[in-house]
Design a protein around this ligand. Structure first.
Ligand SMILES: [Zn+2]
Length: 234
């Protein structure tokens, strides 16, 4: 994506988080990366969404050095950068403190796959990271948050589980572009809410069987996907 287009896409992804009620005040942030230029576009820190313009977004390199923009980037930038470096196929990252996903993160419980809505988007439970050590909190906190996420994916595929709960903090989601990362944030909040209700109705509810989980994920993703309309061949 060209940089001006990426700026617009990142602004739109941030506004999408607001439209779906996932952010309070200025909490939450979305970013996107131009892999060709190795440049990241992210929301500025503390600017009200209703006043934000594409020009206010901050462009940095993968070390966090500001390349374009007068404002300070979101303080979570180092977490986003770790994810872009560790997960080479992602193009966008969103972070919110949406209530239900954050409640699961605070309870430090992974979200089991109780149904097909979850299975359509997350091929497995939505994992929760380990708690950060004191030393990881006292220095390079945001960067260490990124490392904790990457550790949670040591034996998971970040492409088929596009989100995580950071322990005692909240969700991060990602996708091929900024819009997809925001979409996955909305879906994750819905899945977290439904899982909470499911356990309220039946505290013994169990995750769905692997066969149904695989069926739903794989009909939508992967080489044999058939859900939705056939994509035009380019
Ligand atoms: Zn946060």
């Amino acid at each position: 994506m060209r940089l001006p287009d990426l700026r617009r896409a990142v602004l739109e992804a941030n506004l999408e988080l607001v439209r779906h009620g996932l952010v309070l005040f200025t909490f939450g942030n979305a970013s996107g990366i131009s892999r060709n230029d190795s440049l990241v576009v992210i929301k500025p820190s503390g600017v009200p969404y209703e006043l934000m313009r594409p020009v206010d977004l901050v462009v940095t390199d993968l070390d966090g050095k500001i390349v374009e923009g007068k404002l300070r980037p979101s303080s979570d930038l180092p977490t986003h950068l770790i994810l872009y470096k560790a997960f080479p196929r992602i193009g966008g990252v969103s972070h919110t403190h949406s209530e239900y996903a954050t409640a699961w993160a605070q309870a430090r419980r992974a979200i089991p796959c109780f149904g097909t809505t979850h299975a359509d988007y997350f091929h497995g439970e939505v994992p929760v990271t380990d708690e950060l050590e004191d030393s990881e909190i006292s220095s390079d906190y945001e960067e260490n948050t990124g490392h904790a996420i990457v550790r949670a994916f040591r034996s998971r595929d970040y492409s088929s589980i596009p989100g995580v709960l950071v322990a005692n903090h909240g969700p991060f989601t990602w996708g091929p572009d900024p819009a997809a990362s925001a979409h996955n944030a909305v879906i994750l909040e819905s899945v977290a809410r439904m899982a909470y209700f499911t356990l309220g109705i039946n505290s013994q509810a169990r995750a769905i069987e692997r066969s149904l989980h695989d069926k739903h994920f794989l009909r939508k993703h992967g080489k044999d996907a058939y859900y939705g309309q056939r994509k035009e061949k380019k």
